[in-house]
Ligand binder design. Structure first.
Ligand SMILES: [Fe+2]
Ligand SMILES: [Fe+2]
Length: 279
């Protein structure tokens, strides 16, 4: 059994550009960093950048992903609710109200070790009525900890303060806390004082010259003229970016040994994008 495991976390994958840059670069990163497992936030994987489908979960699985996490966009596609109920490799934030489809945490086996992934949603600047993420994770850990000490949290949240607060609240209790949802990578990857790897936001995978993956023009119309332009469209032009982090964990203690932000800018890939198709 390995005494150190290395994990690659990838932030919100947005539409076809995100899926394409993921498919090209994740195998290279796995080889370069000797990665044992990949975890990805797929909440924006759908063609229109909103939600995710079963086929996209399959796409991630075929491309070596252990667990797909999500966030606020997980409810966009109603037909996906069954998938959330049926599969153990796709999770949604645990602090949505009881009775929502799906589950907020999962386990998978890796090199003879059990690994737990927890998904949580922040409450600051979020309108939905969510349970307290701090108390939710505390109660989850009471039965996850006896099973494993290799535990990661995808904290899908807007406010950097809430994310850092949860990081310090869970320091020493989990292996890593990786933030998602803002789609912009923060440069604060660190190991917290009691051994938890932490990064406020992993960043996203999608078009670089866009507003968090969406076409700039439509977003500007909203900001400048308050025009309700309907739903924003995914930006398909390159270059593309891929963002995430590599974190290594001591399997005996569950503590993080290292964390490194990953950021790739690809200015070649988009030339063939229009011939690609993943629904
Ligand atoms: Fe997102
Ligand atoms: Fe989100």
């Amino acid at each position: 059994m390995k005494s150190i495991l290395k994990f690659l976390f990838i932030g919100d994958v947005v539409g076809l550009p995100g899926l394409t840059v993921f498919q090209k670069w994740v195998p290279k990163l796995k080889e370069k960093h000797q990665i044992d497992a990949v975890i990805v936030n797929g909440e924006n994987g759908a063609k229109n950048g909103r939600g995710i489908t079963s086929k996209i979960v399959d796409f991630f699985k075929h491309n070596g992903v252990a667990v797909v996490t999500t966030g606020n966009h997980v409810w966009e596609n109603r037909e996906f609710y069954n998938t959330l109920n049926q599969r153990d490799d796709i999770i949604r934030p645990a602090n949505f109200p009881p009775g929502c489809p799906g589950k907020g945490y999962t386990f998978f086996e890796l090199e003879g070790h059990s690994v737990a992934i927890i998904n949580l949603h922040g409450r600051v600047f979020v309108r939905d009525l969510l349970d307290c993420p701090f108390r939710t994770v505390e109660s989850l850990l009471s039965f996850i900890k006896p099973r494993t000490n290799i535990i990661f949290v995808d904290f899908h949240a807007e406010a950097t303060s809430e994310k850092k607060a949860l990081g310090l609240y869970l320091d020493g209790k989990v292996s890593g806390i990786l933030g998602t949802h803002t789609h912009v990578q923060t440069s604060d990857a660190q190991i917290l004082p009691k051994g938890t790897g932490y990064q406020t936001d992993l960043g996203c995978c999608g078009a670089l010259n866009s507003v968090i993956g969406m076409q700039t023009e439509g977003v500007l119309k909203k900001f400048l003229y308050f025009q309700k332009m309907g739903k924003f469209d995914v930006e398909l032009s390159g270059p593309f970016e891929l963002n995430g982090a590599v974190i290594s964990v001591d399997t005996a203690s569950g503590k993080a040994l290292s964390i490194e932000a990953i950021r790739v800018i690809d200015d070649e890939l988009y030339k063939n994008l229009r011939s690609a198709s993943i629904e």
